[in-house]
Design a protein around this ligand. Structure first.
Ligand SMILES: [Zn+2]
Length: 95
């Protein structure tokens, strides 16, 4: 018998093109965005509410005039602080 051991058994796990691809038809213009949605009825007796969320996972809710105003400010702040949003526009490091 010829018992010559030549190297180790090769793994055939190579050359698998485009294996785990997500559905490309869902998002064509793929980029992180932050949303801000405010519900503020004209009547002062109705408490306004707002929701702010971002693709990075940031999400906040606010109920009441003061809270909504704070949320708007926080949302604006997040847009400048968010690493996801900033990494797309320009790749500068935050100090
Ligand atoms: Zn974000």
């Amino acid at each position: 018998m010829d018992t010559t051991t030549v190297g180790a058994p090769k793994d055939a796990a190579e050359g698998v093109p485009n294996a785990g691809r997500p559905d490309p038809s869902k998002d064509d213009g793929r980029r992180p965005v932050a949303w801000l949605h405010i519900v503020a009825p004209p009547s002062w007796s109705v408490t306004p509410s707002a929701r702010s969320w971002c693709t990075c996972g940031y999400e906040r809710h606010a109920i009441g005039r003061a809270a909504v105003l704070q949320l708007v400010a926080a949302h604006d702040e997040h847009r400048t602080a968010c690493t996801l949003l900033n990494s797309t526009s320009e790749g500068r490091a935050a100090a």
